[in-house]
Design a protein around this ligand. Structure first.
Ligand SMILES: NC(=O)c1ccc[n+]([C@@H]2O[C@H](COP(=O)([O-])OP(=O)(O)OC[C@H]3O[C@@H](n4cnc5c(N)ncnc54)[C@H](O)[C@@H]3O)[C@@H](O)[C@H]2O)c1
Length: 367
């Protein structure tokens, strides 16, 4: 592994050139200081080539091991299907490369624990994308709750009522599968909200859940509901679906029949209630701020954005902050703002939801 210090330029590569990869490439090319994006890799050759051309990336690989063997690469973003993150991060670490993985960091706890252990042992930096944590609005909400400004916490709720069509699930063989997506509405889309719930409310003690595919032809769930008790004693509700139609455009055809031309989901909501106050956020905007002694902050997290109907509708602001932090962590020899240990909690809660739904019984953490 090349020793990197403050002032050095980090040689950077992106593995997986699909939907989310442009957020990494765009951040690195236009915003992040101290890194040079010099390689990309996708097992589908034309995808790798097109991506390299779009972002002016000099080296193109189709084999991950050959990519990892490139001595100019110090750090990689893993933007491949979720169930591959663990193996790809560990292979990168054994090759002496630091790794930033997309969320969820992997889909099983043994793999996640091995990622943490391997990267710590090899002294390579492991960072996990949870872009909402970078937003000043969310940081203020977390501080306000954790400093007790809402009093004793009673409820911490998250509602994700998104829309993903069958065509979305059919757009990649890995989507909607247990083996590579690791779950559906919660593991893929809802993982951000689950992370925020536990980041703000503290650890989950016990939950009881229903989960099933009610609308889409997929292995995993498209709809799930859970009742939660946090370790603090507060309760919560967690809903996650990718099958709700919250907006619809339609017209009548020549025969007078209704033809739907566009469907979309609803913005997500996070709601926190204590015995002295309430904070409610709808689609990254504060809609209720009832906190005695603390004026409402003039902040929104619109730059991080929502993906209610389309995964491409998220903003780049959070990726820019996390990638800059990752590069700085490598150069300064420190942990990144979201470590592997931090990324683990949300996956554990989601796996508890699936276990409860499968067994029909409440599940107490840790698993
Ligand atoms: N942070 C966010 O808000 C956000 C948004 C969307 C997706 N994601 C995450 O990003 C990851 C990728 O999702 P996506 O929607 O971009 O998927 P995608 O299917 O569009 O892209 C994945 C790419 O990885 C490539 N790939 C597969 N195996 C590979 C290998 N061994 N070596 C190199 N490339 C390989 C595929 O060919 C594909 O091009 C998922 O884990 C997803 O959860 C995060």
């Amino acid at each position: 592994m090349r020793q990197i210090s403050v002032g050095d330029t980090v040689g950077y590569g992106i593995a997986g050139c699909g939907v989310i990869a442009p957020w990494h490439a765009g951040s690195l090319k236009e915003h992040v200081k101290g890194a040079r994006l010099l390689a990309c890799c996708d097992e589908v050759p034309e995808r790798a080539r097109e991506f390299a051309a779009r972002f002016d990336i000099p080296k193109v690989y189709t084999d991950y091991d050959a990519f990892l063997a490139d001595p100019e690469i110090d750090a990689v973003s893993v933007c491949a299907p979720s169930g591959m993150h663990g193996d790809m991060v560990m292979r990168a670490s054994h090759a002496g490369k630091h790794a930033m993985t997309e969320k969820p960091m992997d889909i099983t706890l043994p793999k996640i624990d091995a990622m943490i252990q391997t990267t710590r042992a090899n002294r390579t930096v492991l960072a996990v994308i949870f872009q909402r944590r970078t937003s000043p609005m969310w940081q203020v909400i977390r501080e306000t709750v954790q400093e007790g400004k809402l009093g004793r916490m009673l409820l911490g709720d998250a509602y994700l009522k998104y829309y993903r069509s069958q065509a979305y699930y059919d757009s990649g063989a890995w989507r909607g599968t247990w083996a590579l997506d690791g779950g559906g509405a919660l593991m893929n889309q809802g993982v951000h909200l689950v992370d925020q719930l536990q980041w703000i409310m503290g650890p989950v003690d016990t939950l009881f859940s229903f989960a099933d595919h009610l609308a889409r032809k997929i292995e995993v769930e498209d709809t799930t509901v859970s009742a939660i008790r946090y370790k603090s004693g507060a309760f919560g509700t967690l809903q996650g679906t990718t099958s709700v139609i919250g907006s619809v455009e339609w017209e009548r055809d020549a025969a007078g029949e209704v033809q739907v031309t566009k469907e979309g989901g609803l913005s997500h909501r996070l709601e926190f209630h204590g015995d002295r106050g309430t904070i409610m956020v709808d689609g990254e905007r504060i809609v209720t701020w009832a906190v005695p002694g603390v004026p409402e902050p003039n902040l929104s997290a619109d730059g991080v954005g929502s993906a209610a109907s389309d995964p491409r509708s998220i903003g780049m602001a959070g990726h820019i902050v996390q990638l800059q932090d990752f590069v700085d962590a490598i150069r300064e020899g420190r942990d990144p703002m979201v470590t592997g240990e931090d990324g683990r909690a949300a996956v554990e809660i989601i796996l508890a939801v699936y276990r409860s739904a499968q067994t029909g019984a409440p599940v107490t953490l840790p698993l």
